[in-house]
Design a protein around this ligand. Structure first.
Ligand code: FAD
Length: 368
């Protein structure tokens, strides 16, 4: 039996893949407020999301994006729940000359990788999205920069996991991990789990658990993010593509709702949603989408992104601890996108004993 700590999108995707490989799996989760997966929008947008300093991450994002079709088809068949993977592409929009310069820089960088980038002027952009303000300067259309509904994805994974024989124990907060001969013990307030192999997928809380248990400090911190969702009754107000502008993005859902993301704040483990969060999102939305004044408010969500100092996720075992404790956390702003690839990497480690992605290994850090 493999034990997984954490039932966010990473823990669930890994659990689902391990079951498909024929293993028995149990997930233990404390269902903490601030879970990143509960707030995620679900953009699957490698070319738009990457930054020029993140070449390694970019290749992981592309690799995982290529796995998405298969992952989605299998999952939908297994769970019977469609997580609304929309291949609707994205428009990165320039609202002023500064934005246009940034788009040109991105286009130049991407051309090194063989991408042919086509700029659309203001008029061509409005033809694609008539509900945008005519004040915009232009845009780039990115095919294959799609979206999924992250919260339905989570429901779909839970359903498929349980249907395939996986077990989930809720409200179990692991407080300490200890080693005893070849066994790993997971201690919560009420219970002790004796395990052969454990996957640590507790998002940003993984750091505290490793520190408390082994004195090992992974350089990772929470980055608070807030999203908001609206609905409107007028179908004419819908958008066809995902839209990115002025440091925010919009995901038009299949039911007509509109999700707007996201803030990024260094406030430790604080999870409150304050006026500044609301103002930031609304203030950026309003000028480019005049009809947003008629949107009806549905909800705000807040999550803590598990963010490593080098921006890469942490996947693999720690030499100083044991081969049988496998880390799978630190996916920062791309955990939804990277779920299929992470599940594949962890299952290769467990099933075939292969650690092929050295750049993601926790051993890259010098532990204090
Ligand atoms: C506002 C926002 C928008 C985002 N949008 C996108 C996006 O569009 N596309 C994208 O790819 N990514 C996006 N992300 C990033 C993505 O949400 C994360 O990278 C991903 O969800 C991380 O998943 P996780 O399973 O590692 O962690 P989490 O989702 O945080 O889950 C951790 C789990 O571990 C459990 N846990 C913690 N400690 C313990 C313990 N001691 N014992 C037992 N259980 C424990 C928690 O209860 C939780 O279930 C966004 C994030 C935010 C905040």
């Amino acid at each position: 039996m493999i034990h997984i700590i954490g039932s966010g999108l990473l823990g669930l995707s890994i659990g689902y893949e391990l079951l498909r490989q024929g293993l028995n799996v149990k997930i233990l989760s404390s269902n903490l407020d601030g879970e990143s997966s509960n707030a995620a929008v679900g953009m699957l947008a490698p070319q738009i999301e990457f930054k020029s300093t993140e070449e390694k991450l970019f290749s992981l994002m592309l690799e995982s994006k290529n796995l998405w079709n298969n992952f989605y088809n299998k999952l939908t068949k297994d769970s019977g729940i469609d997580c609304e993977f929309q291949r609707n592409g994205s428009l990165a929009i320039a609202t002023n000359n500064d934005d246009m310069e940034k788009l040109k820089f991105k286009a130049k960088f991407l051309s090194q990788f063989g991408y042919e980038i086509k700029f659309l002027d203001g008029r061509e952009t409005i033809l694609l999205e008539p509900n945008l303000s005519s004040n915009l300067k232009g845009s780039i259309y990115f095919k294959n920069n799609d979206q999924v509904n992250a919260q339905i994805l989570k429901k779909s994974l839970i359903k498929a996991f349980v249907k395939n024989g996986g077990k989930i124990e809720e409200k179990i907060r692991i407080k300490k991990i200890t080693l005893q001969k070849k066994k790993i013990k997971l201690l919560s307030s009420e219970k002790c789990f004796e395990c052969n192999k454990v996957v640590l997928a507790a998002g940003v809380w993984s750091r505290e658990l490793l520190l408390e248990s082994f004195g090992i400090s992974i350089p990772m911190r929470p980055l608070k993010g807030v999203t908001m969702e609206f609905y409107h009754s007028d179908k004419e107000n819908n958008f066809n593509h995902n839209l990115w502008f002025r440091n925010i993005y919009i995901a038009p859902r299949l039911n007509g709702n509109i999700v707007v993301g996201a803030t990024e704040d260094e406030v430790g483990f604080k999870q409150e949603i304050n006026m500044q969060d609301m103002f930031y999102l609304i203030n950026n939305l309003w000028p480019l989408i005049p009809s947003s004044e008629k949107y009806a408010f549905k909800n705000f969500k807040c999550g803590l992104r598990p963010t490593t100092f080098d921006g890469l996720p942490v996947i693999g075992s720690i030499d100083k601890i044991t081969k049988n404790l496998i880390c799978a956390f630190g996916h920062y702003r791309n955990g939804v996108l990277l779920s299929p690839l992470t599940a594949k990497i962890v299952s290769e480690i467990i099933v075939n004993n292969k650690e092929n992605y050295n750049s993601l290994s926790p051993n890259r850090f010098k532990f204090s």
